[in-house]
Ligand binder design. Structure first.
Ligand code: 8NA
Ligand code: MG
Ligand code: MG
Length: 340
């Protein structure tokens, strides 16, 4: 509890929105020169802009559903959350949802649905989605019970273990960061590996990994790569992309987001000296290209939890749709959690 924890939680929810809104500019781009990133970011300081000019996408739209559901139901309620996802999609279908998840969201609108997890199970010939759509919306779960809620919250759309385990990893990363764990980066990554060793230690995970020709414990393997990259003195963008990925699969984006945060704890060559760690993290995430909005959203949430709300530039908040809402709701959710 306490003011430190409130600042961190506000930071997590607000910086997640910023990553999504600011990162949308480069979503799907194969190569993003740092120069373009810095130009985009310096445009946010332009006083003539501002007041929500950068719209949020599916990442924030779904995170807002999670927040509203937790607040309204005072806890996790899959029926309520499923209804909110479906309603949000039918109200604003143009927020850049993944091609597969749209089918789930349409089915979730149906009134006579007895099992809200069934539409997700039917995806991709019964394999379920391994996209990062479950992981991108987990920050609100990170204050308490991150693994259980993140898993259930993700399974409403992502029933493949490589999808929902990515959501668990992202929630755990935000959870540890909220507790100040990034003060000891090596301990942080080792703790995540230890947690994921257990999370991936079951039949479903091993089966999915085998079918998709991944390592026996795919997220653990990727986290080991993150640790190897952390320990290197110089790492190029190309190496990060080839080792960790920048794609729409949770496996190719959650460990990447974690790496972005770790890599940006110290000043980086090629980034303005005026930048703090939070700005560095967002800038670096965008420079990777690929699924930039989602990777910046996830990295933003982890970094925001570490640096706190005070580290976030006001001008960035003013430019991003939904950033002020996220701040107000973070306070409400923080209050609610501390009644438990
Ligand atoms: P999803 O569940 O539709 O998954 C995204 C994509 O991953 C699918 O459309 C498939 O191509 C692929 N995929 C997932 N699981 C499987 C599987 N088992 N077998 C084969 N292919 C599979 O959507 P999501 O909610 O996970 O979203 C992931 C990303 O897509 C997010 O970054 C989101 O922003 C979105 N996205 C949107 C745009 C856009 O048009 N604005 C561009 C890129 C990504
Ligand atoms: Mg998006
Ligand atoms: Mg995306």
């Amino acid at each position: 509890g306490g003011p430190a924890s409130l600042s961190r939680f506000r930071g997590a929810l607000v910086a997640g929105v910023l990553g999504d809104c600011i990162g949308g500019e480069f979503e799907g781009a194969e190569e993003v020169p740092m120069e373009s990133v810095l130009q985009h970011l310096s445009g946010l300081d332009d006083e003539t802009k501002g007041n929500g000019v950068l719209e949020y996408s599916d990442d924030t739209a779904m995170t807002r559903c999670v927040v509203q559901s937790l607040l309204t139901r005072a806890g996790f309620d899959e029926q309520d959350l499923a209804r909110r996802f479906a309603k949000e999609y039918s109200t604003s279908p143009g927020r850049g949802y993944g091609n597969g998840v749209i089918q789930v969201l349409k089915k979730l609108s149906s009134f006579q649905l007895s099992d809200v997890y069934q539409p997700a199970r039917d995806q991709f010939n019964g394999r379920g989605s391994f996209g990062n759509g479950g992981a991108m919306r987990t920050a609100p779960f990170a204050l308490t019970f991150p693994d259980r809620f993140a898993r259930l919250g993700a399974m409403l759309t992502h029933s493949c273990s490589l999808g929902y385990n990515g959501a668990i990893l992202q929630a755990l990363a935000v959870h540890f960061s909220l507790q100040g764990a990034l003060d000891l980066p090596l301990q942080f990554i080792n703790d995540l590996i230890a947690e994921m060793e257990e999370v991936e230690d079951n039949k479903e995970a091993r089966n999915d990994a085998r079918i998709l020709k991944e390592a026996e414990k795919p997220f653990c393997e990727r986290l080991h790569r993150v640790r190897d990259l952390m320990n290197r003195s110089k790492v190029s963008i190309e190496e990060v992309i080839s080792e960790l990925g920048n794609g729409i699969a949770a496996l190719h984006s959650v460990p990447t987001a974690i790496f972005c945060v770790l890599h940006c704890l110290q000043p980086l060559e090629g980034l303005p000296e005026s930048y703090g760690g939070l700005e560095r993290t967002i800038a670096y995430s965008l420079a990777l290209g690929g699924d930039t909005d989602t990777i910046a959203c996830m990295a933003g949430a982890i970094a925001g939890a570490h640096y706190g709300i005070e580290a976030i530039p006001q001008s960035w908040i003013r430019c991003c749709e939904g950033a002020e809402d996220a701040d107000v709701n973070a306070e409400r959710l923080h209050k609610l959690y501390h009644q438990f």
